[in-house]
Design a protein around this ligand. Structure first.
Ligand code: 5RP
Length: 222
């Protein structure tokens, strides 16, 4: 099976977690996109969705799904999203698609985080995937120095010669060379650097369930 087929399989399996008549939180990325396409097929069963990025909002609307502003929503039963890495305890690295801050905000309102990922995302120790950190643009150099002092190798994310700008008007620093044995501690330490909006470690509030796409079928980690 290709990686896309594995992503599609977990996206289909995640439909089981959609709660009828409720609002659902929806993540960002290629796996989340497959999920949105599945959600479109059962859109009559849900009230609508909260999107974790402009791209996700656009795709949800293209399927005729109502997109709610998070400020109108107090709670939701489930948030479904992909990950760049996940460990056996449900801690993740996210933000490969630069949507980490909105993803973390929407997830914080949900009662359950369902992670959907192809099997290659399961790791023992987080950090091989560069850790994304969203920063206020004027602070990127000072934050990079502080990230280097923590032992990482910070790189400003650039596309076509210009810094990538997030939906929040901020920049992304990707931190290479980390071996994250205590994800909650690293999440806290990086979030404490002035100028950081948030970082892509989802450890304080990780995944409650992970649906992993493998050649032997969809495996569930709880
Ligand atoms: C976007 C994310 C994505 O969930 C993560 O990058 C995984 O993406 P994909 O499903 O395309 O592999 O955190 O900010």
């Amino acid at each position: 099976m290709t990686q896309d087929e594995l992503k599609q399989a977990v996206a289909k399996a995640a439909i089981e977690y959609v709660v009828d008549g409720e609002i659902i939180g929806v993540g960002t990325g290629s796996t989340a996109n497959f999920f949105i396409d599945e959600l479109g097929k059962i859109k009559h069963r849900i009230k609508g969705a909260v999107a974790s990025s402009e791209a996700t909002a656009e795709r949800l609307r293209s399927h005729g799904i109502t997109v709610f502003d998070l400020n109108e929503v107090e709670t939701m039963p489930v948030y479904i999203d992909g990950a760049d890495e996940i460990n056996g305890g449900g801690a993740m690295i996210k933000g490969g698609g630069a949507a980490l801050t909105r993803e973390k905000i929407v997830a914080s309102v949900a009662q359950k985080f369902v992670c959907i990922a192809d099997g290659s995302k399961l790791v023992e120790v987080l950090g091989k995937f560069p850790l994304p950190v969203e920063v206020i643009p004027m602070s990127h150099a000072v934050v990079a120095r502080k990230l280097a002092a923590l032992g990482g190798e910070p790189r400003l994310r650039v596309k076509d010669g210009k810094p990538v700008v997030t939906d929040n008007g901020c920049y992304i620093i990707d931190v290479l060379g980390l071996s994250i044995t205590d994800p909650a501690d690293v999440e806290d330490k990086i979030n404490n650097i002035v100028g950081v909006v948030t970082n892509g470690l989802f450890a304080r509030q990780g995944a409650n369930v992970c649906l992993l796409g493998t050649a032997d079928g969809v495996k569930k980690l709880e």
